[in-house]
Design a binder for this molecule. Structure first.
Ligand SMILES: [Zn+2]
Ligand SMILES: [Zn+2]
Length: 399
């Protein structure tokens, strides 16, 4: 049977799996039933797998028994899907609406899992012909702590050693049935910061007797933006956002302490490190000007997501065999959003791409993380086609 026909058959099953996953979403680090469902599906089709990887993650493998191709470059290819849902109350009226109050698959991770499960089934049936191994990474906690990091630390890229990882994300900015690639830099590196400005309290009517931490903090907040406009090239995108500020206890008391926090995003680690050092310098020196002190804490989050251009070319050439020209799109600009797929792209050669999920019949454009997010299930077909043919293309690459 032709591969396309096989995908078509499995597609219906993948849609049903997606609906089941959608109805029982689980938050980051709590993907217990989700992991169980994946495991029982894999067991049903006798696909080798291990659970409890990096939290509630699942790693499956199909060991191809086909003869290696002369000069073959890649022998083990990984495919990743994230598992967690979001603390959002679903407002979409569909028969398989979330049964869990306040939790919803509003980032399409139910789709990503269904695509990967369908792909695993197709590959298992083809194992006698495949000249290499395929590993399937079901990754927990993408939305919070970045489950990819823990999975990699627990060795998911070893035994057998993974040469390339691919992954996809649904995009409501693109019609279902379309696919979107990006060369090089795709998503930002992310760091969180917290700055504590320490002054001294006194009566608000006699400010000369104290040090006003709110006045100092306000000045630091304003000056942080000058790092982006005056220290970074205008052609190098980066952002500093202060998202919270807390200080003071009473209207007529000078605030002893003000704490504010936010995020730094940049498209490469050098720019991110440079911004961090400037934030520290700026906070400490501006605070000093007020007679206050600043303590600056950073928590590094995801690294930058940079696609491997050569692997990207290979995936693109697979896409050209399966999709028509008007279905293949290219993202012109990188995003300052972050995705923890970057831990994979930092560790091995990797490519991340988008699959369109906008339902043009419904005129229901919603953004990701929205209570009305309602992707077209057509994208499950697109995703499976791309994962199956993308991996087969990578195996066929020779030196
Ligand atoms: Zn998300
Ligand atoms: Zn997501």
């Amino acid at each position: 049977m032709k591969i396309n026909e096989r995908i078509e058959e499995v597609f219906e099953e993948a849609v049903q799996i997606r609906r089941l996953l959608h109805s029982q979403p689980e938050l980051s680090q709590k993907e217990i039933n989700t992991s169980r469902l994946i495991s029982s599906f894999l067991s049903q089709y006798e696909i080798e797998h291990a659970t409890g990887i990096g939290g509630h993650g699942v790693v499956a493998v199909v060991r191809g028994k086909g003869k290696p191709i002369k000069g073959q470059r890649f022998f083990t290819i990984g495919i990743r899907a994230d598992m967690d849902a979001l603390p959002i109350e679903e407002r979409v009226q569909i028969p398989f609406k979330s049964k869990i109050p306040g939790i919803m698959h509003a980032c399409g991770h139910d789709i990503h899992m269904a695509v990967l499960m369908g792909t695993a089934k197709v590959f298992k049936e083809m194992e006698d012909q495949i000249p290499g191994n395929i590993k399937f990474f079901f990754e927990p906690a993408e939305e919070t702590i970045g489950g990819a990091k823990a999975m990699i630390e627990e060795g998911c890229l070893e035994n057998p050693r993974v040469d390339v990882v691919i992954g996809l994300h649904v995009s409501p900015e693109l019609e279902a049935g379309k696919i979107q690639f990006k060369r090089g830099k795709m998503n930002a590196a992310s760091t969180e910061f917290e700055i504590t400005i320490e002054g001294s309290a006194c009566h608000g009517a006699h400010p000369e007797n104290g040090i006003d931490s709110i006045a100092a903090a306000s000045s630091v907040v304003c000056n942080l933006q000058s790092i982006i406009t005056r220290n970074i090239s205008p052609t190098n995108p980066a952002v500093i956002t202060v998202g919270q500020i807390h200080g003071g206890t009473k209207n007529n008391v000078l605030a002893k302490e003000t704490v504010f926090s936010g995020i730094i995003r940049a498209l490469d680690s050098d720019t991110k490190s440079f911004i961090k050092s400037r934030v520290k310098e700026m906070a400490e020196n501006v605070a000093r000007g007020f007679g206050a002190t600043a303590e600056v804490l950073f928590t590094d989050s995801f690294p930058a997501l940079i696609n491997d251009d050569e692997v990207e070319d290979m995936i693109e050439s697979a896409a050209k065999k399966v999709f028509s020209k008007d279905q293949i799109h290219f993202l012109q600009e990188p995003s300052l959003g972050a995705d923890d797929f970057s831990y994979f792209s930092e560790a091995v050669r990797a490519v991340y791409f988008n699959i369109g999920c906008l339902d043009t019949n419904e005129n229901n454009y919603q953004t990701l993380h929205n209570e009305m997010f309602n992707p077209s299930e057509e994208c499950i077909r697109t995703g499976m086609l791309m994962e199956v043919f993308g991996v087969l293309e990578l195996f066929q690459q020779t030196k």
